[in-house]
Design a protein around this ligand. Structure first.
Ligand code: B12
Ligand code: SF4
Length: 494
């Protein structure tokens, strides 16, 4: 059996990091871990090929080669997925689809032959058996969420690692909290399930064997969802890293209560976590309460950010406007908070009702739902009737983006971040010195010569060099990221 695994194209969004990645000569941030995991669950003697359309085009020859096509998508990839399914069906191929989009919106891809809802660790084996018997079903959905002990080491070797800026691994699924807008808890549940320490090390060993060096993104919904287990993992991870001369550094996503736990923070510092993404959402307490995000109201959010930064981790964070309780001055308050927090990568979105969430159900009851979301909460579109007048909300939202990504504001935050994030040892080298030099030249050529904000860039670089010389590589990386965020803002919000 020949299996073609296809990952549809992402539209250009803040999250594509397109403009920043091009400096490094990378085509995409991460390979598709869902498909690499699916591949590892298939019978050993089946042949597999991966086409990540974010790094290479889908060729007719690939489709012709395959007996079965497997595709995975988030909502934001829906249009591209639709085109993939159409193309493959037109060539008479059997098409199997799965992933977060398919899980939450089943009835929207009528041409696909088989639909996998939820996690596939148990259902895929059932499909393979059914297929061999000639009786595959249209819909597969596991009765229970699988234990992650059944998740194999992903087939990382299928991806051309050179095209990506970081590698993903997953330690846990699910999150114990219950934020109203969140679809994670609907898809992956509220009881965090973790892999064993041995499984994690086996995945790292495999990445090492394949020659990967550099950033590893632990793509958990909430890395500290199961604190007891993660506290057992961290010393093992630190020890492994030391024994292997620190080939990787780590980034992950976590809830803000990370700041309350010094044992966890210390464990993460020792294991060389460099970045952590927090769901801060808003500094407005009434809006946090409305969103059932109680964990963010029990602390001073700015202090929590500062504490995490003091453990050597850059904080990235998500922010949302559009809650019913947002006051008229919400836009200024978000800007002020972001300014004071020293979070360069502040990702601000409009509240979005994703299918099957508590928010979706409430708005449906209140008769306020308009359309299915585009899946991209930064494209300025609303899929429900907000309390605030819609035009004012969208305009205010865009004014946040224009302000926080403007060169002065962004470079100032980047400098404050360099100042606060305690000096760490250099990050592991991925592609060697020559490649670093080429990246630097590209950044200097674009930001320091061609860009209209070149004056701000040189002032930033000068201050970074004089005050934080040992963090020069970090300073350049942040500048590149800021350029991406500003470019998109100029395209979308002018
Ligand atoms: C890493 C990640 C990213 C990476 C991209 C990684 C990549 N190239 O794939 C980055 C950071 C770039 C990213 C960006 C975005 N992301 Co994202 N991301 C994730 C995250 C944290 C992990 C994904 C992952 O690797 N999971 C691990 C694998 C093993 O799990 P899985 O994909 O679910 O696969 C399992 C099953 O679903 C199933 N399966 C999956 N595919 C298939 C296919 C077949 C054929 C079969 C049979 C089974 C199957 O089997 C697997 C094993 O059980 C998820 C959350 C999560 N827990 O998954 C969010 C998530 C997928 N992202 C999400 C969103 C919304 C986004 C953004 C739109 C951001 C935003 N808020 O606007 C952007 C879009 C990207 C862009 N360029 O614009 C949502 C998707 C919601 C939806 N219903 O579509 C999620 C679920 C998180 C959330 N609620 O916010 N993301
Ligand atoms: S903390 Fe994050 S992952 Fe957990 S429920 Fe809230 S939004 Fe979802």
């Amino acid at each position: 059996m020949k299996i073609l695994l296809v990952y549809p194209e992402f539209p250009e969004t803040y999250w594509s990091f397109h403009y920043a990645l091009s400096f490094e000569g990378k085509r995409s941030a991460f390979p598709p871990l869902g498909l690499l995991t699916i591949s590892a669950l298939l019978p050993d003697d089946w042949e597999r090929r991966l086409v990540d359309m974010n790094v290479q085009s889908l060729k007719l020859a690939d489709i012709e080669w395959a007996d079965v096509v497997f595709a995975s998508a988030m909502l934001v990839q829906k249009d591209s997925l639709g085109r993939v399914v159409e193309l493959c069906k037109a060539r008479g191929k059997r098409v199997v689809i799965g992933g977060p989009y398919v899980t939450t919106s089943t009835d929207t891809m009528p041409q696909a032959d088989h639909i996998f809802m939820g996690e596939a660790e148990t259902t895929l084996a059932e499909f393979v058996r059914d297929l061999e018997r000639g009786q595959p079903k249209r819909i597969y959905q596991a009765a229970e969420r699988p234990a992650l002990s059944s998740t194999p080491v992903p087939d990382f070797q299928l991806a051309d690692l050179r095209h990506y800026s970081a590698m993903p691994i997953q330690y846990s699924r699910g999150c114990p909290f219950q934020c109203e807008f969140c679809d994670i808890i609907e898809i992956y549940g509220r009881v965090p399930r973790t892999k064993s320490n041995e499984q994690v090390l086996a995945e790292l060993e495999e990445l090492l064997r394949l020659g990967w060096r550099g950033m590893v993104f632990i793509v958990d919904d909430n890395f500290i969802g199961n604190k007891r287990n993660v506290k057992r993992l961290l010393p093992v991870l630190a020890d492994w890293s030391e024994r292997h001369c620190y080939p990787f550094s780590f980034m992950t996503e976590a809830s803000v209560n990370l700041a309350e736990d010094e044992e966890l923070l210390d464990g993460m510092r020792r294991a060389r976590f460099r970045r952590v993404f927090l769901g801060i959402e808003t500094p407005v307490e009434a809006s946090l309460k409305e969103a059932h995000k109680g964990q963010n109201t029990r602390c001073n959010l700015l202090d929590s950010v500062r504490k995490i930064q003091s453990y050597g981790m850059e904080v990235m964070a998500g922010f949302i406007v559009g809650f019913d309780n947002d006051p008229e001055d919400i836009f200024e308050r978000q800007i002020q908070f972001i300014r004071e927090s020293a979070i360069p990568l502040a990702m601000v979105g409009l509240l979005t009702a994703l299918p099957e969430t508590q928010l979706w159900r409430r708005l449906e009851r209140e008769g306020r739902l308009l359309v299915e979301s585009t899946g991209n909460n930064t494209d300025g579109s609303l899929n429900f009737i907000p309390r605030m007048e819609a035009t004012r909300l969208v305009e205010g939202y865009k004014s946040i983006l224009r302000t926080i990504y403007s060169p002065n504001e962004y470079y100032q935050r980047a400098l404050s971040c360099l100042e606060r994030v305690v000096a760490a040892t250099p990050e592991p080298r991925r592609d060697g010195l020559a490649s670093d030099v080429v990246t630097l030249l590209r950044v200097v050529l674009t930001l320091g010569m061609r860009d209209r904000a070149r004056g701000e860039f040189w002032r930033y670089l000068h201050r970074a060099l004089t005050r934080h010389r040992e963090k020069f590589a970090e300073a350049v990386r942040l500048a590149a990221m800021g350029y991406h965020l500003r470019k998109l803002t100029e395209l979308d919000c002018s």
